[in-house]
Design a protein around this ligand. Structure first.
Ligand code: NAD
Ligand code: DAU
Length: 351
């Protein structure tokens, strides 16, 4: 079946993996990648698909409603997979306004454009909103987030994502817009901007720079290989039930400090250093404000209803990831040029 699918944020980390999957797997679909190319967006992430006949890149801000509306009309968009967002918690603590702007108002702009374009004919249409487990708040030592866990966001980032989730569901309940939402745990893999823990630490280890561990390193995250997230989105996009929410996670919890030690071992080995030698770079720094203790996703609804499961063991995923960054040092060097130095200085100088 032919479809015109608008993917937002396709030049970012998860978006680029999703665009690659959709363009290659579904030649009958036209994939339109709408991205503003902020610091986190990078067309080099998609160099291998940019010449494909079923792929079009559109540089635009999702907050520009008139431009977004025109994109829907000109390209007869019949489905949206919405990933564009400001995504880094530390940046949201410094500058909450831009998170409300992009994540809340940008999502509203897309919802309005979809409603406008589709009028009341929602047959065969879908608005898929990609969200995060952080909307549920923090867990103690036990338990998991399920789809019905009440929202309790703590950071400006998670509050903005929670708000966008509410708008998406409100458009379903009020106007009948066909929507689906997924909430995923921490992703890792290639093409992730090195502000996030894993690529930042790989980059610092290779450069023998300090590894800034927030607090005591005791916070727990549930890590999922990014290509498994992209596969989950594909499955939910095609088979998910309209109006439903699906949690996506790896059943793969790691205390930060334990994960960091594994990462150090793998990077040291790949660099031909004595395994564990880079542990001397570990530097405990001031904790992140409002730092959520633990996230853990129960993704059994997705497994039981749609048959999705993570495909990779963490050890295998982390080795693949480390090798990718070490073999693509040009990519790392390019994205850490210029502005990145100012960002790093500002974010870490008072810690
Ligand atoms: P990212 O920061 O790597 O990429 C975001 C992309 O959105 C970039 O290409 C950027 O240029 C684009 N963008 C930002 N503002 C825009 C705007 N106003 N208009 C158009 N484009 C804009 O993010 P990511 O880590 O790939 O996350 C993608 C989505 O998945 C986000 O919605 C995020 O909340 C969600 N998510 C991320 C994770 C994770 O671990 N990274 C986990 C769960 C959910
Ligand atoms: O849970 C899903 C979320 O995962 C996504 O919604 C976010 O977009 C994504 O950024 C990620 O958020 P986290 O805050 O969990 O990811 P981050 O990589 O920033 O941090 C992971 C953990 O590592 C967290 O407990 C904070 C800690 N940390 C992070 C950095 C950058 C450090 O100890 N030192 C650091 O320098």
């Amino acid at each position: 079946m032919k479809r015109n699918i608008l993917i937002t944020g396709g030049a970012g980390f998860i978006g680029s993996h999703l665009v690659r999957l959709m363009v290659n797997k579904y030649p009958e679909y036209q994939i339109f990648n709408l991205d503003k190319l902020t610091y986190a967006g990078n067309l080099a992430n998609l160099a291998d698909v940019e010449d494909k006949p079923n792929y079009t890149f559109i540089k635009e801000d999702i907050c520009n409603f008139e431009a977004v509306r025109a994109i829907f009309e000109e390209n007869k968009i019949d489905a949206v997979i919405h990933l564009a967002a400001e995504s880094h918690v530390d940046r949201s603590i410094e500058d909450p306004f831009s998170f409300a702007q992009t994540n809340v108002l940008g999502t509203l702009s897309l919802l309005q454009a979809a409603k406008w374009q589709w009028k009341d004919n929602f047959e065969g249409k879908l608005f898929y909103h990609v969200s995060t487990d952080e909307v549920y708040g923090a867990l103690g030592e036990d338990g998991f987030f399920v789809e019905t866990t009440p929202y309790k966001p703590h950071s400006p980032y998670s509050a903005s994502k929670a708000s966008s989730d509410h708008f998406v569901r409100a458009f379903h309940d009020t106007y009948g817009l066909p929507v689906v939402v997924s909430n995923c745990s921490n992703n890792y893999g290639s093409y992730q901007f090195p502000e996030k823990l894993i690529p930042l630490f790989i980059n610092n280890i290779r450069q023998n720079k300090p590894l800034p561990v927030y607090g005591k390193g005791e916070n727990v995250r549930d890590w999922l290989y990014v290509e498994d997230h992209a596969r989950a989105i594909d499955v939910i996009f095609h088979n998910g039930k309209v109006g439903e929410t699906y949690n996506i996670g790896g059943f793969n919890e790691w205390k930060n400090i334990d994960l960091i030690k594994v990462l150090i071992k793998v990077v040291d080995k790949e660099l031909g250093r004595l395994e564990g030698a880079s542990e001397k770079l570990i530097t405990y720094v001031k904790d992140r404000a409002g730092h959520d203790l633990r996230y853990a996703i129960d993704s059994s609804k997705l497994k039981n209803e749609l048959g999705w499961e993570p495909s990779l063991q963490f050890e295998e995923g982390i080795e693949k990831t480390v090798r990718w960054y070490l073999q693509n040092q040009d990519w790392l060097d390019n994205v850490t040029n210029g502005e990145y130095q100012n960002y790093y200085e500002k974010m870490y100088k008072n810690r």
